[in-house]
Design a protein around this ligand. Structure first.
Ligand SMILES: N[C@@H](CCC(=O)N[C@@H](CS)C(=O)NCC(=O)O)C(=O)O
Length: 214
């Protein structure tokens, strides 16, 4: 099995965490947004990472990949068991992949990607607006949804990492969630990151990034 993408992508990280939880061996091929191979569209029609290759199967989109992994390798499961919880888990995963990531990616892009990789000045007003105006209602919502202990649906699920992965990018850009204002969500983030297979995937990511950045 091969996972194609860039280590700092929150979507690639979500898939890497699920592969680690399920104990699936895989190799990685680095493809960086903005520097994609000419023919990348032939394996990713939307020209996005990640892409999973499993034998003859070529599968783009992190949510589709995670569902495929769950169906093909059901144990340990990364979805809740009841239809109601599964539906809620899919929504929370979507929320993490879209609304949460939209705003968490602003400090990452402005404070890390732009100055470090594009030699561009950060747009500080854009960061302030994301952090002060856009993120608080999102974090209020998550504070009301995450549990005080354990994971969203008992055992670790894809939705758990989807609600945490974008915060790792924000932290690279210098923004961390205020523990005094959102204590439950902050503790949840730390719990998910410390879950042993997730911690293992994060260590691999950090080592790969350290090697790439020198
Ligand atoms: N819905 C997709 C989103 C993937 C996505 O947006 N990936 C970003 C990198 S984090 C990308 O490839 N962007 C390239 C571009 O938009 O040109 C998924 O879950 O995999």
């Amino acid at each position: 099995m091969k996972l194609i993408g860039a280590h700092l992508s929150p979507y690639v990280r979500k898939v890497a965490a699920i592969l680690a939880v399920k104990g699936i061996d895989y190799e990685t091929e680095v493809v960086i947004p903005g520097m994609m191979p000419e023919d990348f569209e032939s394996i990713s029609p939307l020209k996005k990472i990640p892409v999973l290759i499993d034998g003859d199967l070529v599968l783009p989109d992190s949510s589709v990949i995670c569902e495929y992994l769950e169906e093909k390798y059901p144990s340990p499961s990364t979805m809740p068991s009841s239809p109601e919880d599964r539906a809620s888990a899919r929504f929370l995963e979507e929320y993490g992949d879209t609304r949460l990531l939209e705003f968490m990616s602003v400090p990452f892009i402005e404070n890390f990607i732009n100055p470090k990789l594009r030699q561009q000045e950060p747009d500080e007003q854009r960061v302030r607006s994301a952090v002060e105006d856009s993120l608080p209602p999102v974090l209020d919502y998550l504070e009301s949804r995450v549990p005080e202990q354990g994971f969203l649906f008992g055992h670790f699920c894809t939705a758990d990492i989807a609600l945490v992965s974008p915060t790792i990018n924000a932290a690279v850009g210098g923004y961390t969630v205020d523990a005094a204002r959102w204590p439950r969500y902050t503790a949840f983030i730390e719990r998910v990151k410390a879950h042993p297979p997730v911690a293992q995937a994060l260590t691999i990511e950090n080592e790969a990034m350290a090697a790439m950045l020198g």
